[in-house]
Design a protein around this ligand. Sequence first.
Ligand code: OXT
Ligand code: ADP
Ligand code: MG
Length: 577
Amino acid sequence: MSDAATKPDAAPERELTDGFHLVIDALKLNGVETIYGVPGIPITDFGRMAQGAGIRVISFRHEQNAGNAAAIAGYLTKKPGVCLTVSAPGFLNGLAALANATTNCFPMILISGSSEREIVDLQQGDYEEMDQLAIAKPLCKAAYRVLHAADIGIAVARAIRAAVSGRPGGVYLDLPAKLFGQVMDAEAGAKSLVKVIDPAPAQIPAPAAIKRALDTLKSAKRPLIILGKGAAYAQADADIRAFVEKSGAPFLPMSMAKGLLPDTHPQCAGAARSTALAEADVVVMMGARLNWLLSHGKGKSWGAPGSKRFIQIDIEPREMDSNVEIVAPVVGDMGSCVSALLDGMGAHWPAPPPEWMKKIVDKREDNIAKMAPRLMNNNSPMDYHGALGVLRAIVKERPDAILVNEGANTLDLTRGIVDIHQPRKRLDVGTWGVMGVGMGYCVAAAIETKKPVLAIVGDSAFGFSGIEIETICRYDLPVCVVVFNNNGIYRGTDVNAGGGADPATTVFVKDARYDIMMRAFGGAGANATSPDELRRAVNAAMDSGKPTLVNACIDPSAGTESGRIGNLNPQSVVKKK
Ligand code: OXT
Ligand code: ADP
Ligand code: MG
């Protein structure tokens, strides 16, 4: 006979759960394996408990870097990367990464603990008081706050769906401190959780849109395909390659789409960029936007006005006609669109006139031949070309390594010189040209892909997230960071315009030794003053798989202002005495 039967008045003992467990269970139910974050009030225990429950919790030194790690994890896996922060200041640190993820169309969820609603809303001065939801809203794709433990399942489901469906982006989830301690019946709690079914549903393009696009492409005399990071994100690599090859058109990869087809592919127009853009008559945009990086689809670099017709394949209908008329919009997810295009092309697709491809190939080979001798120099101090010639060969020998790249000259010259051979192997500053993504991207790339990572970062760029080399050492990640140290931003040669004792605004401590920082945390450090030394140091690092920082001494006068985008710098026309 049961106790309940002998003591009819005693309530049966109920198993309980709480907010902490429900959030963890909801994330696990939806396949979240890793959280990137920084602990503290009110989420310290949450991090511990998530780790205890088998989620990998990677602790950073600054939330922006954790957020960038989550964002790039989302890009690499097509699942939302999760970042966890404390309230107000931690939240704000993470918010920069959330906004950047949204701008770049990377799926990410920023989960922040927050203060007590009653006190925040009356502005009575709570610990880290801030109306975080209101602040996050305009900077991300969706933002939700959960007040009741019973709503956690739905909130996590909504956050996941919002991050990955349609155009991916950043989502904010606000979890007030009180929520974590809210208790409810365990069975009811388990029932309240939602496993998201088909979080990023296929978006099938309309047959008429496919026909319109193929008719336009068929009529082209000088077709060009521009591949963007939306195409790389889609992981429809084989079909995209088949489509490009069947079309016979040259293709131009945007920087993070490099490697979707190898940069050494016979149809690659990367080294004939100006010619391809100026002279194409039909341009197929695949997961790339006509934003500043493509001069908005108009102007001098696009040749004669009215000389282009654009086909655009994108999951976001509102992207169409955003800058110029799109004569053949194809709205849908990249995989479905490309597969429909391939079907529509049939067994035989007419090749474009051979003169067009020849023109591109001639220009490409000419540019490559002009560059070649510069890449072979062994000058000391190094210039960018000598250093990158070495790194280009290393990447060719290790095509599965992931390249992380930021800086100005360091960015632009690496993009042009270092060929990428496989999809999603190049991660960089993206749509905003933002410095500081470097070390966060390194950590997540190593963790999510289990592949070696090579970072090529300017000394300024490195400084934005450099302390995370401690994180890289702590988790013993196979990351080799090469700091292109030219003593400053763009160059290390500027002088104070006022003639005072302060250094110029763009220069740093001369001949700093970033490699010694790495050694402080138990990693390997090397100083390279010539391409030969650089080759040896980077090969040793990649062979060892150990955290390494190579301080590559670059001639401080070798760079140019703002790299290849100096034209965007406003210049004063007023001369003051
Ligand atoms: O066809 P043509 O003949 O024209 O030739 C083209 C190609 O065909 C050819 N090419 C090749 N030739 C031979 N072989 C090969 N393989 C080859 N490949 C290409 O080369 C030319 C040029 O090709 P490219 O590069 O494709 O074409 P182009 O015209 O340059 O492309 C245009 C763009 C716009 C697509 C391209 O330039 C691009 O993607 N640019 C991105 C630029 C960018 O985002 N820059 C970062 C921002 S700069 C600045 O803002 C910085 N800040 C401020 C700051 C930022 N950003 N963020 C934050 C949070 N705070 C502040 C700072 C602080 S940079 C910076 C730090 C800089 O200092 P560092 O120390 O870090 O770095 P260093 O400069 O090294 O010191
Ligand atoms: P890039 O900087 O490489 O030119 P952008 O970030 O400007 O690339 O553009 C990426 C585009 O890809 C965005 O317009 C986005 O809507 C689109 N996109 C993202 N994911 C997909 C997908 N799965 N299918 C189709 N388009 C996508
Ligand atoms: Mg520099």
